[in-house]
Design a protein around this ligand. Structure first.
Ligand code: HH2
Length: 263
């Protein structure tokens, strides 16, 4: 899953506000071998400020509409937790809702039950404004699994077929470095919930802290290590900035983990 941030303030500095630049970025993901693009109009970096529904729509809808008009070949995911934005994104051509609030905002469960998109349910402790102040768990992986199980069940109860649900432990969303490392170490426990697992480690600050690298764009090798391990521990989708590089990591890891035959 290649990341397309239509933002001025994304943590890794990859965001663009010009719709044409975002469209070009999405096509670059295709060329570099992505299977999905994830388009987001609000940065959720620690301490970031939310943007209004109107502003978020203004950022992402023209991008989705242009891609649709150009016959974009990949499934389009929209990174939003706001049902008003999700609804219009689906109408414009997106088919996946990537919700960092895990379907907790009023109206989101109803929307996904009605429209039946693929839904990514992500775990976050707190909100982007507060999540990194003092993340605390008794059993990080156990609590995350229980949240994901409950939200998936709520979606199923609302009428979303179970095979449309993907779960994500939310690396960096209300987690210390140790929590993030533990999640990767114990990812099979999240996989045991029975849903495909998405993981987003790309360029995140825990990699910077372990390796002592300040600049997010220089965390590519650290990202590669986490991508390979996540796949070995059951991840099905990896959300990344560096598509070209991670496609190699993913294909090679998949060949070992899932098998390979001569093309
Ligand atoms: N991480 C980010 C945003 N959305 N969605 C899922 N499902 N999982 C993640 O780990 C995840 C996510 C943060 O990364 P990015 O979009 O690059 O940064 P920003 O929020 O600053 O735009």
């Amino acid at each position: 899953m290649g990341i397309v941030n239509v933002t001025p303030d994304s943590f890794s500095g990859d965001g663009v506000l010009d719709p044409e630049a975002a469209v070009a970025r999405a096509w670059q993901c295709v060329e570099e071998g992505a299977d999905i693009v994830d388009i987001g109009g609000e940065s959720t970096r620690p301490g970031s400020q939310p943007v209004s529904v109107d502003e978020e729509k203004r950022r992402i809808l023209p991008v989705i509409e242009r891609l649709q008009a150009q016959g974009f070949p990949l499934p389009i995911s929209v990174d939003t937790y706001k049902p008003e934005v999700a609804k219009e994104a689906l109408e414009a051509g997106a088919c996946i809702i990537n919700d960092i609030f895990g379907l907790r905002l009023a109206g989101m469960l109803d929307l996904v039950a009605q429209r039946q998109p693929i839904v990514v349910i992500m775990h976050m402790q707190g909100t982007p404004q507060t999540m990194q102040l003092n993340p605390t768990y008794e059993d990080c992986v156990g609590e995350i699994s229980e949240f994901l199980r409950q939200q998936a069940q709520a979606a199923i109860n609302a009428g979303l077929p179970a095979d449309r649900i993907v779960v994500d432990p939310g690396i960096g969303f209300g987690k210390t470095v140790q929590h993030n490392l533990e999640i990767l170490r114990r990812l099979t426990e999240i996989k045991a919930l029975g849903f495909p697992v998405l993981i987003g480690t790309s360029r995140k600050s825990f990699i910077g802290k372990v390796l002592g690298i300040e600049v997010p764009a220089e965390r590519v090798w650290g990202t590669a290590a986490t991508v390979a391990l996540a796949i070995a521990h059951g991840a099905d989708i990896v959300r990344v900035h560096d598509v070209k590089e991670m496609v190699q990591v993913v294909r090679m890891t998949d060949a070992v983990v899932r098998g390979w035959s001569v093309p």
